[in-house]
Design a protein around this ligand. Structure first.
Ligand code: IMP
Ligand code: MG
Length: 174
């Protein structure tokens, strides 16, 4: 693990923040038909903890998309694995690990909106506003982070380090 750098958000800080966000979501969505849409693979650790911090019945589903770095010639992100359920007239909350430029989530939101959900919002663990190109409405946000590349808690570098229970910098990246 020689590539692993400074820990910038500890597991405890993440746990406390998720508890806060979870209780806010429980209040905001009380009585609604909440569907958490986890964006794989980065969102898997976050959604696992977040769903247990939400105190109401909910559905969880998963989708997988090609990121903007591997986008098709049309510039669109592709859905590699679609949702299993129909989200029409349901209250959809997209769960993402990080927003950087906003391209990935921007495309995804457009695709999901076309399916006519009752509402469509975003919860994101990490936000890197310095690199934002596409403006997105983010309803719930964990932490703002600086420009450096990070790994851990679902986020990877070449598919590694998703299992780290904290967010840390990566030496030599970017
Ligand atoms: P965007 O389209 O630029 O917003 O990119 C967002 C996607 O890029 C995220 O869903 C992540 O999968 C990936 N990503 C962006 N920054 C990082 C990082 O610092 N570490 C790991 N993955 C990242
Ligand atoms: Mg992602």
């Amino acid at each position: 693990m020689g590539e692993i750098g400074e820990v910038i958000i500890t597991g405890e800080e993440i746990r406390d923040k998720i508890r806060e966000i979870g209780s806010q979501i429980s209040k905001d969505y009380a009585g609604k038909d909440l569907v958490l849409v986890c964006v794989l693979k980065g969102g898997c650790v976050f959604v696992a903890d977040l769903m247990r911090a939400i105190d109401m019945p909910l559905y969880v589903d998963f989708l997988s998309i090609s990121s903007y770095t591997e986008k098709s010639e049309t510039g669109a992100v592709r859905i590699m694995k679609d949702l299993d359920i129909d989200i029409t007239n349901r209250d959809v909350l997209v769960v993402e690990d990080i927003i950087d430029t906003g391209f990935t989530l921007g495309y995804l939101l457009r695709i999901l909106k076309a399916r006519n959900p009752a509402s469509l919002k975003v919860v994101v663990l990490l936000d890197r506003p310095a690199l934002r190109i596409v403006d997105l409405p983010v309803a719930y946000k964990g932490f703002e982070i600086p420009e450096q590349f990070v790994v851990g808690y679902g986020l990877d570098y070449q598919q590694k380090y998703r299992n780290l229970p904290y967010i840390c910098l990566l030496k030599r990246a970017r």
